[in-house]
Write a protein that binds this ligand. Structure first.
Ligand code: FAD
Length: 364
């Protein structure tokens, strides 16, 4: 089902924001990127503004590259470029839909890396003060899929560009979501742990490693992987892993992970383990990640355990290959159907595990 907005404004040069009379626009105002994390719950009565600024500027030093990209740049084009240049940083974020501006709002993340790890500065238009500001990444209040832009600064800033810091020195992150196994499974060959950009200095390190990490650490990271480890190889591997699990936005509509993964205390986790063992046998292990003193439990696991995988409600469906995703299976699902399925999932999980799932997808 299609929805519409009262007015759509496309701004291609950030400076044009200064000339825009925001008060004269139909209200409310919603700033949209590529729209890949949004659920429009009906026609939008106000203005949707998109910043299609695709500027690009980079500075290189011996060990790093700082690249400033306009908000409208497709985030995966940036990942592809960095990998092709042999630069480390965004490779694990490959194939995440959406644009650069939203990446800094959402603190997108995948396979052990978050946007905050590579964001140096967020450039934005402050609607309150009517001026452009540069906000250091460290001041943006980044957390799991959140930032000050989504909370205390909501509606105040329009992100115009983001400066990312990329590394010439290898920084592979392999131990999340089966990345290491997928790398190993890619084929046979001699084990050549890590290769990167030409070495910027004469620091110690194994052949092919561009300084920075000590020899043993670098070798340990690449252990068992039968290829020279490059950002390009990690990117291709991650794309392969994602394509197996996630719906292709060109073919089937979704907004990605519909729910955030809940983080709970150990006692609560113990109760969940007891339920899971009672249902699946005493040897059963509940997937989880330690987050300091607390435990993150995959929402996908809980949704699956409650029998929702593949469940349909009208045109809405819990995606059979990845139950964290709700898809528009028929192409004509209504917002009401999506929301009804969302509510059913939330209610069932709450009843069974005592956990209230929160949507990651923004309802507009
Ligand atoms: C198949 C699929 C897989 C996905 N996988 C992942 C994943 O692995 N990890 C992950 O983190 N996310 C994932 N997502 C979610 C989505 O890709 C991200 O949230 C992405 O950052 C959204 O980008 P967008 O440009 O489409 O933003 P939109 O969805 O349009 O907007 C997202 C939010 O950012 C705000 N915003 C956008 N641009 C600006 C701007 N210039 N200034 C101020 N605010 C702005 C919007 O108001 C909104 O609040 C996935 C989505 C899909 C469909």
């Amino acid at each position: 089902m299609k929805v519409s907005c009262r007015l759509y404004v496309e701004v291609t040069e950030a400076e044009d924001l200064l000339a825009l009379d925001f008060d004269a626009l139909p209200q409310p105002l919603f700033v949209m990127g590529g729209g890949s994390n949004l659920l429009f719950t009906g026609d939008f009565p106000g203005t949707v503004l998109h910043l299609g600024n695709v500027s690009c500027h980079s500075e290189r030093s011996e060990e790093s590259v700082r690249i400033t990209l306009g908000s409208g740049v497709v985030f995966d084009d940036f990942c592809a470029w960095a990998a092709a240049e042999g630069l480390w940083g965004p490779e694990n974020l490959s194939l995440i839909p959406g644009e650069v501006g939203a990446s800094a709002v959402q603190n997108i993340g995948a396979y052990g890396v978050e946007a905050k790890d590579i964001i140096d500065t967020v450039h934005a238009f402050d609607r309150q003060e009517r001026r452009f500001v540069d906000i250091p990444g460290a001041d943006c209040g980044y957390g799991y899929r959140t930032s000050n832009f989504k909370t205390i600064w909501k509606g105040r800033y329009i992100v115009t560009a983001v400066t990312f810091r990329l590394c010439v020195i290898p920084r592979p992150v392999l131990d999340y979501g089966g990345v290491r196994k997928a790398l190993i499974d890619r084929g046979e060959g001699v084990s050549l742990p890590i290769s990167g950009h030409p070495r910027p200095d004469k620091r110690e390190g194994p052949a092919g490693v561009t300084g920075g990490r000590g020899r043993s650490e670098a070798e340990a990271i690449g252990e068992g992987i039968p290829f020279p480890l490059t950002p390009q190889l990690i990117r291709e591997t991650i794309i392969g892993v994602r394509e197996q699990k996630l719906p292709d936005p060109e073919e089937i509509g979704s907004a990605g992970s519909f729910f955030c993964n809940p983080v709970i205390d150990r006692e609560h986790f113990g109760r969940i383990v007891a339920i899971a063992k009672a249902e699946n046998g005493p040897e059963y292990n509940v997937p989880h990640y330690e987050v300091g003193e607390r435990i993150k439990v995959p929402a996908a696991w809980m949704i699956d355990q409650c029998g929702f995988k593949g469940m349909r409600l009208g045109g809405a469906q819990v995606y059979p290959k990845q139950p964290l995703v709700i898809v528009n299976a028929t192409g004509s699902a209504t917002p009401e159907e999506i929301i009804a399925l969302e509510r059913r999932v939330i209610g069932t999980i709450k009843e069974k595990y005592g956990i209230e799932l929160h949507p990651e997808v923004e309802h507009v």
